[in-house]
Design a protein around this ligand. Structure first.
Ligand SMILES: [Zn+2]
Ligand SMILES: [Zn+2]
Length: 95
């Protein structure tokens, strides 16, 4: 069991979960990343839709404005314009 960092409800963590897995709080809907196992630590994670392929792009809680995230699907990079829920991203133009 672990506590949702957003609403503090208990979340079941199963044996098949591994570090860096993503899950979603069933109560508040917050996306979470397993930051460590034993003991389980959950971090908030934000999700934005990729502007290219519409897959989910994961934005870690500690990401800041100006940080770059990459779409796992199409490998397009995005710069974070605003943090928060929801965050804002824009396509990074690489010369
Ligand atoms: Zn929650
Ligand atoms: Zn994409």
């Amino acid at each position: 069991m672990a506590e949702c960092p957003h609403c503090s409800i208990e979340i079941n963590i199963y044996d098949e979960h591994i570090k860096e897995d993503y899950l979603r709080c069933s109560d508040c809907g917050q996306f979470l990343e397993i930051a460590s196992m034993n003991p389980v630590v959950l971090k908030k994670l934000y999700i934005e839709e990729c502007l290219e392929c519409f897959e989910d792009v994961f934005i870690p809680e500690e990401a800041g404005v100006g940080d770059v995230v990459e779409c796992v699907e199409c490998k397009v990079k995005f710069e974070i314009l605003e943090v928060g829920n929801p965050p804002k991203i824009s396509k990074l133009v690489v010369e």
